[in-house]
Ligand binder design. Structure first.
Ligand code: HEM
Length: 312
């Protein structure tokens, strides 16, 4: 069992533990280090107009900046390797504010609380005798936290997409959408690729250059925008909103809130890569659920930001 730490100390302990397990790469994010950023436009369908007062799902098209990433802390890993991938979207709203939606190609998370996440990392520390993680300790952690099992199992064997534009990305957490009449409804969002789902088969990708996914997206974008639909699942009473390891039944009502068109690489990669994409950076009409992982992420990302900005 993990001892409960004060929030700020917990954030530091988690980032320390990530660094201890995965190494430190000065100047880079302590997770999702490798990336490329793109310009995009989000065009709302209008269907969400009765569900939230937020501007981007109900108003005019808005500009967005998109960051595709590889989950590892090591920014030099080749693209062909299996890994969770990220799609972080910063919507640039009327009036000059931003709101972020941060997603990965997994439908649920590997821990229900930040304390559980730290416990999971600690269970994977190398055994001093062998230099390898002691699988029995990881298994004991999962045995004590069985809802972590499905995401860990999926992440461990996740296939590499043939393109950043051919995989679905889930924002995982429940958020609360507040409508103009004050009604509040929990929702979960995911980006579904218009190009369909395409992943590498066994033995494929061996000839890929290290930055193949970036090159591939450039080729794809030369033919036209790379698009994703924003699917929004609406909760029914009793659906869990405070546990990122759990998903809602597939038959829940779902709307298509709009379409994201990724159009080309940003001209200033360094600037956009230096920004924080924070899932708790919300806008009027979208509120945090009670998910403790969601609540913890902002402080954890701030620790990572401070370290990468100061080249630690
Ligand atoms: C306790 C749980 C988590 C920890 C410790 C953690 C840790 C981190 C850290 C340290 C960063 C780098 C932040 C920065 O320097 O800007 C990061 C980025 C990221 N995380 Fe998490 N994370 C957690 C949960 C999640 C979840 C649930 C998701 C799923 C949506 C997620 C998706 C991402 C993505 C896509 C990025 C890259 C964002 C970007 O492009 O800037 N993380 N995470």
């Amino acid at each position: 069992m993990t001892t409960e730490l004060p929030a700020s100390q917990l954030s530091v302990s988690i980032v320390d533990e990530i660094e201890q397990l995965k190494g430190t790469f000065p100047g880079y994010r302590r997770a999702h280090a490798r990336c490329v950023c793109y310009d995009a436009t989000f065009v709302p369908s209008g269907v969400a107009a009765d569900l939230t007062t937020a501007a981007h799902p109900r108003g005019e098209p808005v500009r967005a900046t998109v960051r595709f990433s590889h989950t590892d802390t090591n920014p030099h890993l080749p693209d062909a390797g299996p890994a969770v991938r990220g799609l972080a979207v910063k919507f640039h709203l009327p009036g000059g504010t931003n709101t972020d939606l941060v997603a990965v190609n997994l439908d649920r998370f590997i821990a229900a609380t930040p304390e559980d996440f730290l416990g999971l990392l600690r269970s994977a520390e190398p055994d001093p005798a062998t230099g390898q993680p002691d699988l029995a300790k990881v298994q004991a952690h999962v045995g004590a936290h069985p809802s972590a099992g499905p995401a860990l199992f999926t992440a461990a064997q996740i296939p590499t997409p043939v393109s950043y534009g051919t995989t679905t990305y889930w924002a995982i957490h429940a958020f609360l959408w507040r409508a103009g009449d004050g009604a509040v409804r929990p929702v979960r969002c995911r980006w579904v690729p218009e190009a369909g789902e395409h992943v590498l088969g066994a033995g494929e990708g061996a000839d890929w250059p290290a930055e193949h996914l970036t090159d591939e997206l450039a080729t794809r974008l030369a033919r036209g925008p790379v698009e994703f639909s924003l699917k929004v699942q609406l909760a029914e009473p009793g659906d869990p909103t405070d546990d990122a390891t759990l998903v809602w039944p597939a038959d829940r009502t779902e709307i298509t809130a709009g379409r994201l068109a990724v159009t080309g690489e940003v001209t200033d990669q360094e600037h956009w890569d230096s920004q924080v994409f924070d899932p708790t950076l919300l806008t009027e009409g979208i509120e945090l659920s009670g998910d403790p992982i969601l609540a913890a992420r902002s402080a954890i990302y701030a620790v990572s930001y401070n370290r990468r900005s100061h080249q630690r």
